[in-house]
Design a protein around this ligand. Structure first.
Ligand SMILES: *Cc1c(COP(=O)(O)O)cnc(C)c1O
Length: 427
């Protein structure tokens, strides 16, 4: 079958060979299909395994075998302070100061712990403003927090939805709600990058509007971290949390992260659920009865570090530190545009009703494109899967595709466009 010139494999390979940031493909394990690498577009769901993960994990297992309990101090990366390995790397990735971030727990757990501190309904100000159709776990977390405080989610959760006939949340609409009902809103809590549509919200603007209305503002960065450049501190975001198994490639169920703005860390007056790993590290083992805060985001940390899981996280983060988010973002813009144009070319050529519901403005999205194939979505998804493309289906009708700048290539996209073209041929 003839294929559009820009999507000839030879052309795509030339793009790969001459790109200013070569794909780190060789540093990852890529699943196989029919003797070839799959086209892996699911890095927004579970990132690929860095080849360095195995040694990183082995080395902690060996230290445990060799030292037993003494590994807390004698391991090559002493376990007692293991979480400190992440401070600088995470601070760079989310745009924060080192004392504003901590790697701990899992995402939904961190969301709850931060809501304990940051959602404090009082008087008339009881409501949470969030995006409509947020990721289910976030919806459950918000609703259960509202009920925990004696509220009613049907009343106390206000959702901002895309305008009729569109898929994109307008920041203006968030501002309007905050203008009109700001005195009822205690908290604005949204996904930085929306998991379903791939829309990247203007987090700076939303934070400013929330603060102007007297509300607190936090973000779930599950789909933003490692995908788009972030400046949480500069944007004045109050708190945020994320997982590290999506774009951060740290493995299934890997340790998550949390950010708390310096002003809250410094003042240290917020209510908080506390544990011994949030206690002043210098006095932690004096086993004193009263909690003395670390005075950093680590004050929210409760338990000692899950070292095996963190060993992989550290290996995965090293790759981000080595390249930097700016270079990754530049590459990401090139890859996603290439994919977007390929889908458009196929739609036109095959007269197929393929609609990308992700904003077309690159400034309003990360790498993910969400595709709706009208009338034949499920069949198309299955045909793509059978041909060796890994992507995911999100009810009711979306195929999510994420060309990840760390390891995806122009050749991946060219192969995909070829597969999409045959899968959408008019019957
Ligand atoms: C992936 C994702 C989660 C998953 O939560 P876990 O606690 O890691 O299981 C939650 N919220 C959002 C927005 C997500 O994208």
């Amino acid at each position: 079958m003839e294929i559009f010139a820009p999507y000839e494999l030879t052309h795509a390979k030339k793009l790969d060979a001459t790109d200013t940031l070569p794909a780190q493909r060789a540093n990852f394990h890529v699943p196989q299909h029919a003797g070839e690498d799959v086209v892996y577009f699911s890095g927004n769901s579970l990132g690929l395994q860095p080849k360095s993960a195995e040694n990183a994990l082995q080395s902690e297992l060996k230290d445990w075998a060799k030292h037993g309990v003494d590994g807390h101090l004698k391991a090559r990366n002493p376990w007692v302070s293991y979480h400190e390995r992440f401070t600088n790397g995470l601070a760079c990735i989310v745009g924060a100061a080192p004392n504003e971030v901590v790697a701990m727990n899992a995402l939904t757990v961190n969301l709850h712990l931060l809501l304990v501190s940051f959602y404090r309904p009082a008087g008339k100000r009881t409501k949470i403003l969030c995006e409509a159709k947020a990721f289910p776990s976030d919806q459950y977390a918000l609703a259960s927090q509202v009920r925990f405080h004696g509220g009613n989610p049907a009343v106390d959760i206000i959702e901002v939805a895309p305008r009729k006939g569109t898929h994109v949340i307008e920041e203006t609409d968030v501002e309007t709600i905050l203008h009109e009902r700001g005195d009822e809103i205690a908290l604005v809590m949204m996904g930085g990058v929306q998991y379903f549509t791939g829309q990247w919200l203007d987090m700076n603007r939303i934070t400013a509007a929330a603060h102007e209305a007297g509300a607190v503002c936090g973000f779930d960065l599950a789909h933003a971290v490692g995908n788009v450049p972030l400046a949480l501190h500069t944007w004045n975001v109050d708190f945020a949390c994320w997982c590290s198994y999506k774009y951060l490639n740290s493995g299934p169920g890997a340790v998550a992260g949390a950010y708390v703005h310096h002003r809250h860390v410094r003042e240290d007056v917020l209510p908080r659920f506390e544990g011994w790993w949030g206690h002043n590290a210098k006095r932690r083992f004096l086993m004193e009865p009263n909690f003395e805060s670390m005075g950093t985001a680590e004050a929210w940390q409760m338990s000692n570090a899950p070292v095996f899981n963190m060993a992989i996280h550290a290996a995965a983060l090293d790759q981000f530190t080595a390249i930097g988010m700016d270079a990754l973002r530049e590459k990401s813009l090139r890859l996603t545009a290439y994919l977007e144009q390929g889908v458009a070319a196929v739609a036109k050529h095959n007269n197929a009703r393929l609609e990308i519901i992700t904003p077309s403005d690159p400034a309003r999205r990360g790498c993910q494109l969400s595709l709706v194939a009208h009338e034949f979505g499920r069949e198309l998804f299955e045909a793509l899967t059978d041909a060796g493309v890994v992507l995911d289906w999100r009810e009711p009708n979306v195929i999510r595709m994420a060309p990840v700048p760390m390891y995806n290539t122009f050749a991946d996209i060219a192969r995909f466009v070829q597969i999409l073209k045959s899968a959408t041929l008019p019957h």
